[in-house]
Design a protein around this ligand. Structure first.
Ligand SMILES: C[S@@+](CC[C@H](N)C(=O)[O-])C[C@H]1O[C@@H](n2cnc3c(N)ncnc32)[C@H](O)[C@@H]1O
Length: 242
């Protein structure tokens, strides 16, 4: 049976296991995403973006840190209660030490970034909401990491998430995203399983070509340092909404 987004209890997302497996250390693949996105964000003067969104933020701080180089107000929109609590704690008490190397790399590649991770997160508001219900054209820039293809097993629903992502910015608004490439249903921690929708550059290009201009889709190989990888790498995107 195909799992859809509404079939999943996102409140039970295993935040600690996910952080331990993905973000305790700065892996080569995330460093490549940061390098790609830093090139994108360096196009913008500091503070030149009024309002941006992290679409399905999860507990991942590096996209929020990256956006702080350009955006005055960043909304981290997320459905899962555990992820929301984690993000709020990180902003209130200061980010975990594990995020320091991420911030250091982001700042090395874009010196416009605030000097500390806490300074970067001062731009962020955490919003507990369903990304599919965001009002259209509410933002100047939208950023998405591993959400449309990690929130459903259904290609039509994958496309619907991508459409909601593009539509949440104004026409002419800026888009930056990363997708896990060829990711089947995935595991976090010892027991939990989550829906995945295998995508590749061709599928991502096809979905976004109709809705955007200046579309750039590239890919990187999977990180050999990560054991038991079921995916084949990541697909990276920048575009402007039509
Ligand atoms: C694979 S995780 C990616 C998390 C994070 N963006 C990252 O870079 O690690 C998918 C995320 O999408 C969130 N999500 C799934 N469906 C959602 C929805 N309808 N609205 C908002 N967030 C959703 C999940 O709670 C989870 O945090």
């Amino acid at each position: 049976m195909t799992t859809h987004n509404d079939d999943v209890d996102w409140d039970s997302w295993p935040v600690a296991d996910y952080l331990a497996e993905k973000y305790r250390d700065l892996h080569r693949s995330d460093a490549a995403v940061i390098a790609h996105h830093s090139t994108f964000y360096r196009r913008f003067a500091p503070g030149s973006i009024d309002r941006s969104v992290e679409f399905g933020a999860g507990p991942n701080l590096y996209p929020l840190i990256l956006a702080a180089a350009a955006s005055r107000n960043i909304e981290a929109v997320e459905a899962g209660a555990g992820n929301i609590a984690y993000l709020e704690r990180q902003i209130l008490r200061g980010p975990d030490a594990s995020w320091l190397p991420f911030h250091a790399l982001c700042r090395r590649l874009n010196p416009d970034l605030p000097a500390t991770p806490a300074g970067a997160l001062a731009h962020v508001d955490v919003v507990h909401a369903d990304v599919r219900e965001l009002e259209p054209a509410g933002y100047d820039l939208a950023s998405m990491h591993f959400v449309a293809e990690g929130a459903t097993e259904d290609y039509t629903e994958f496309t619907d998430f991508c459409r909601a992502f593009v539509r949440c910015v104004v026409p002419g608004g800026h888009l930056v995203a990363a997708f896990i490439e060829n990711m089947p249903t995935y595991r976090i921690g010892p027991t939990s399983h989550w829906p995945g929708c295998p995508v590749d550059p061709e599928i991502v290009t096809k979905v976004f070509a109709r809705m955007t201009r200046d579309l750039s889709v590239t890919r990187i190989d999977t990180d050999p340092a990560l054991p038991d990888q079921e995916d084949s790498g990541m697909v990276l995107l920048t575009a402007v909404a039509r």
